[in-house]
Write a protein that binds this ligand. Structure first.
Ligand code: ZZB
Length: 258
């Protein structure tokens, strides 16, 4: 499975993270790294998700940069030549996902340039980097999680301000309009992020509709089909130093084969 790894620079740590990290970064900039199959949707990022019971690390890439992701992802990256020298895994800090909530990060290429880190129940530690960038306009899981967080901010222990950005229309589809994911979630009468079976169905529909019938509403490739724009947005992000290729070794991808 070939993902695009998106680099979101940390702008301001949550108080819990700041206390833990202290002086351990050696002056490096930290980027949260999210694995995505849909680089063309990055214009519509509204927040970033982590699992509260997942353990993350901050790993040195070189003297200037460090990446925040799971240990498993850091090891894959090391062997894919992301770190210097190749194969190096240098963990500077270990940190629980719960401590990252409320951290403010840059959202590369997004219409909203800065977003907050929020909790999601269904983040898998065994897939991608364990960090998920949220695009509620086009991802049913993201839209439903954002909806849950807004309804029950106290329960999820978040400041409502962190979940305040509305879904941004970035792709239009003939069947579902400019907000494909919210429309599908409503049609399937999905109520919560716990409705995992219906969310899986919604995701399949949204993937197919977006890929085969979607048209870009924003960005450098506005007006082009998603099929044409997808590799171009990816390349553009890589050229800008805001993304890199990240492959998941075969045989351990948990939810989906395609
Ligand atoms: C942004 C995005 C925008 C995504 C979209 C999807 C969609 P899949 O399809 O199951 O192989 N993801 C990545 N890592 C994790 C994780 N550890 N736990 C849970 N979810 C994760 O998974 C690939 C997608 O699942 C990724 O692409 C990421 O969300 C999320 F408009 O990134 B995506 C219709 C989907 N639309």
């Amino acid at each position: 499975q070939e993902y695009t790894a998106i680099k979101s620079e940390v702008v301001e740590w949550s108080p819990a993270a700041k206390g833990l990290i202290g002086e351990k970064l050696g002056g490096r900039k930290v980027f949260m790294v999210a694995a995505t199959l849909r680089p063309e949707t990055m214009y519509g990022q509204t927040n970033c998700f982590v699992g509260v019971s997942i353990k993350y690390g901050i790993f040195a890439v070189n003297d200037k940069e460090a990446y925040l992701c799971t240990y498993r992802a850091a090891r894959n990256m090391a062997f894919q030549g992301v770190t210097e020298p190749r194969g190096t895994i240098d963990q500077l800090v270990e940190i629980d996902g719960s401590k990252l909530i409320g951290t403010r990060i840059k959202a590369p290429f997004a219409i909203n340039p800065e977003v907050y880190v929020l909790p999601m129940d269904n983040v898998l530690a065994t897939k991608g980097t364990g960090v998920v960038t949220s695009v509620p306009s086009d991802s049913p899981d993201d839209f439903q999680t954002l909806t849950d967080l807004r309804k029950k901010a106290d329960f999820y222990k978040i400041d409502p301000l962190w979940a305040a950005i509305d879904p941004v229309p970035v792709i239009s589809t003939p069947t579902y309009g400019e907000l494909t994911a919210p429309t599908i979630v409503k049609q399937l009468k999905i109520q919560s992020q716990k409705d995992t079976k219906q969310l899986l169905e919604a995701k399949e529909i949204a993937y197919k509709e977006g890929f085969y019938n979607g048209t870009m509403l924003v960005g450098e490739f506005k007006g082009q089909s998603v099929q044409d724009a997808k590799p171009k947005v990816r390349e553009s992000m890589i050229q800008a130093g805001l993304a890199f290729a990240y492959a998941e070794p075969e045989g351990i991808v948990t939810s989906r084969s395609g």
